[in-house]
Ligand binder design. Structure first.
Ligand code: ATP
Length: 309
């Protein structure tokens, strides 16, 4: 993985006394796909808008492609393609003219690719006026443009929110292709399976705070082992097995395990273990640790328009 291309240090955004973003420090490395997860109001869009130089942070700093987004927004935006959560297009233009308009803003290079993506991959009729498009069709048009842009960084705010399941999968593939082409992708979303399918790392937000960053590559090699001992669970386990105790309760222990299975299986065979089970932990259970029923509610502050943009 390459060098850091997006970084924030103690990023904070207040609306009056309400903190939409609190002390967020995060890094995204070159060529990486980072999924930003969190329920409504967690602060994902606020973070993205600060990174795009559309909102001025109350405190903290950010760097995107080596630029300060607020003070060097113009230089930064040349290197970044952004899909906003709320897409605004010119209704009187056809899809094709809208794509031409958007690609001209970047020197026209990306038009051919944007048209191919829109028509062939996303199956969009570009001869229709944009005002006759459904919400999902508008999202497809903006996605075609975002993925076609010859930029280093893609920032996608809920890129699949209006799409049907088949097109969602196409977008997941496009994110994978963008990474294969060396682009860095930051995207936000709620659909855990999509994030799980494509993200290298996942950042979980809650009430404006960054709660947890998980490396999905590590996670894919993680297994959970549940064992019930005859009598009590020993205090220590051989270090070379790479077992980490997640929970222990009477005669039962839940370990996290990474690495080869065979030494573990041999060792388990030598232990006074009466029963055991092996499984994986999907992203849902990780997410639920921060947002599940036991994690409490997520009501934020007052909704409202405003802030510099
Ligand atoms: N202009 C504003 N004035 C006051 N509060 C705001 C403003 N913009 C956002 N907020 C609040 O900041 C919090 C974070 O909002 P944000 O849009 O970043 O959340 P999100 O994680 O993107 O949610 P969603 O998934 O619903 O898009 C919310 O509680 C929201 O009400």
């Amino acid at each position: 993985m390459g060098e850091t291309v997006i970084a924030t240090w103690g990023l904070t955004k207040h609306y009056g006394r309400f903190a939409a973003l609190s002390d967020v420090s995060l890094e995204v490395r070159e060529g990486e796909v980072l999924g930003l997860l969190g329920p409504n109001g967690a602060g994902k869009t606020t973070l993205i808008r600060v990174l795009l130089g559309m909102l001025r942070p109350t405190a903290g700093t950010a760097s995107v492609a080596g630029f300060d987004p607020w003070h060097q927004g113009r230089e930064m935006r040349r290197r970044v393609s952004y899909l906003p959560g709320e897409i605004r297009l010119f209704g009187h233009l056809t899809g094709l003219k809208m794509l031409r308009y958007m690609s001209d803003l970047r020197g026209g290079e990306a038009l051919e690719r944007a048209v191919a993506l829109a028509e062939r991959v996303l199956k969009l009729d570009l001869s229709r006026k944009v005002r006759t498009y459904s919400t999902g069709m508008k999202q497809k048009l903006a996605l075609a443009q975002a993925f076609a842009d010859p930029v280093e960084i893609l920032v996608l705010d809920e890129p699949t929110s209006a799409l049907d399941p088949t097109v969602r999968n196409d977008v997941v593939s496009l994110v994978g292709q963008a990474r294969a082409a060396g682009q860095t992708v930051l995207f936000s979303g709620h659909v855990l399976s999509e994030v799980e399918a494509v993200a290298d790392r996942v950042a979980i937000m809650r009430r404006g705070r960054l709660m947890h960053v998980e490396d999905m590559r590590d996670r894919r090699g993680l297994r959970l082992v549940l064992a019930r001992y005859e009598g009590g669970v020993p205090d220590r386990f051989p270090e070379e097995l790479g077992l980490v105790v997640r929970e222990r309760n009477g005669a039962t222990v839940l370990w996290e395990h990474r690495g080869p299975v065979s030494p573990l299986a041999t060792w388990i065979g030598s232990q006074p273990i009466v029963d055991f089970a092996v499984g994986t932990e999907d992203l849902r259970s990780l997410y639920d640790r921060y947002h599940g029923p036991e994690a409490g509610g997520d009501e934020g502050g007052d909704e409202g328009e405003g802030g510099p943009s």
